[in-house]
Ligand binder design. Structure first.
Ligand code: IFM
Length: 439
């Protein structure tokens, strides 16, 4: 049986941003900018999971998950992004790992899910090479403390978002609109991953270190420009996969100014496993001047000719097309490009306007169809090891603030009371059946 889990990230659920010595992150600063978050909200309290891990652990137990994917907040561990570890920050995750293991749940941490210490942004952020080196120091502090109990690590979550939504489109922290800086950021994210992976393996022989990419098929509508299709595919998918598989960037993209000889040799083959986050396929439609669309921002593809996203119904409340065949396709394609590399579906899920939060039949339909797609891929020989639903809780959806709900569990805004939705019970049943069927 593959592993079945749920995923969250520190910034989206923890809250407690000023507690126990945590330093400020780029997202704390970004949330203060007028218009940056659609509903003007922030994540200062979020789901308050920092103080309510007991409740969340009970929810995980109730689901019967085999693994829990969470992220470690760099600014809790190193409040300024450098120097010795903040003991309280590391202790929080140390306790979390023990508590999960006590319940027979495999801890599955990601080291960077977008919350860069603000002090490092002030020194240049990801477009600066030093940030990749700082990331290695931070990673070793975490794996030095937790790696005796945690064998599998994700370095980065969706570096495309940090690089291109953050530095080209400017709709995510740090809110820059400088395409050249976006390519430099992408390069340093990959370099940081590769250097950290090598250092972790040296520190912890046997550790399995991978990274999590948001990969998706890019399809052309009849009126779509094939050049735009190629450009979007290059930035979204191939930049990352080609670098990992072949140690080169797609020829249609500019070579990042920051790249130095030998860097890509370090990146090639640096992933012991690859996580695929899949939500929707992309459909490239008629050329149109750049407009912002939720999470699918045309400005995030520097160099692409004008295009529009043309999702076909049914759509989620994010405006994302629901099509499970895209997950199957992307798993096959990733396995083809990275033969022998274990894959994991590290995020998959949907935001819907849940009627009163609970009877979320749309989400159940979405999860069921995508789990079937995973089954088909596995039956066809794709080495998928785990599936993680996004997300355990309704949480802070970045630039969409609190307007989009992906959770299997609703969180009441006033009381922060957790209210399981129908999808929670459905997923628990799915996991229980799989456990029964597994030899
Ligand atoms: O909430 C995000 C998550 O942080 C990263 N992957 C996509 C999710 C939904 O947008």
């Amino acid at each position: 049986m593959i592993g079945y889990g749920v995923a969250t990230s520190a910034y989206q659920i923890e809250g407690a941003v000023d507690v126990d010595g945590r330093g400020p992150s780029t997202w704390d600063e970004f949330c203060t900018r007028a218009g940056a978050i659609v509903d003007g909200s922030d994540a200062r309290v979020a789901c308050d999971s920092y103080h309510r891990f007991d409740e969340d652990l009970a929810l995980l137990e109730g689901l019967g998950v085999t693994a829990y994917r969470f992220s470690v907040a760099w600014p809790r561990v190193q409040p300024t992004g450098r120097g010795p570890a903040n003991p309280a920050g590391l202790a929080y995750y140390d306790r979390m790992v023990d508590r999960l293991l006590d319940k027979g749940i495999r801890p599955f941490p990601t080291l960077f899910h977008w919350d860069l210490p603000l002090a490092l942004e002030d020194e240049g952020g990801w477009p600066a090479r030093d940030t990749a080196l700082r990331f290695v120091d931070y990673a070793l502090l975490v794996t030095g403390r937790l790696g005796d109990r945690v064998p599998t690590w994700a370095t980065l979550n969706e570096p495309w978002c940090t690089a291109f939504l953050g530095h080209a489109a400017g709709v995510f922290a740090p809110g820059r609109r400088e395409p050249a800086a976006a390519f430099d950021a992408a390069h340093h994210l990959l370099l940081g991953h590769a250097l950290a992976a090598a250092a972790i393996r040296e520190q912890r022989p046997g550790a399995e270190v991978g990274l999590v990419l948001n990969l998706t098929p890019v399809r052309r509508e009849p009126d779509g420009d094939p050049v735009a299709v190629e450009a979007v595919d290059a930035v979204q998918n191939r930049l990352w996969v080609d670098a990992l598989a072949d140690g080169r960037y797609p020829a249609v993209l500019p070579v990042p100014g920051a790249a130095r000889a030998g860097d890509l040799e370090l990146v090639r083959g640096s992933a012991d496993w690859v996580g695929v986050n899949y939500y929707t396929p992309f459909r490239i439609g008629a050329p149109a001047p750049a407009t912002d669309a939720v999470g699918q921002d045309v400005d995030a593809y520097p160099g692409a000719p004008d295009f529009s996203f043309a999702p076909r119904p049914p759509l989620t409340s994010m405006g994302w097309e629901v099509d499970a065949s895209g997950l199957e396709e992307v798993l096959h394609e990733t396995a083809r490009r990275l033969p022998g590399v274990p894959l994991r579906v590290t995020e998959n899920g949907a935001a819907f306007r849940d009627p009163a939060g609970v009877p979320d039949e749309d989400r159940i339909g979405y999860l069921a169809s995508h789990l079937e797609a995973v089954d088909r891929a596995v039956a066809a020989g794709v080495p998928v090891h785990d599936y993680f639903a996004w997300s355990l809780l309704d949480n802070f959806e970045w630039a969409q603030g609190w307007t989009q709900t992906f959770g299997l569990v609703a969180v009441e805004p006033e009381t922060l009371r957790r209210v399981p939705k129908a999808s929670y019970g459905w997923y628990a049943d799915h996991i229980a059946k799989r456990r029964l069927l597994s030899p």
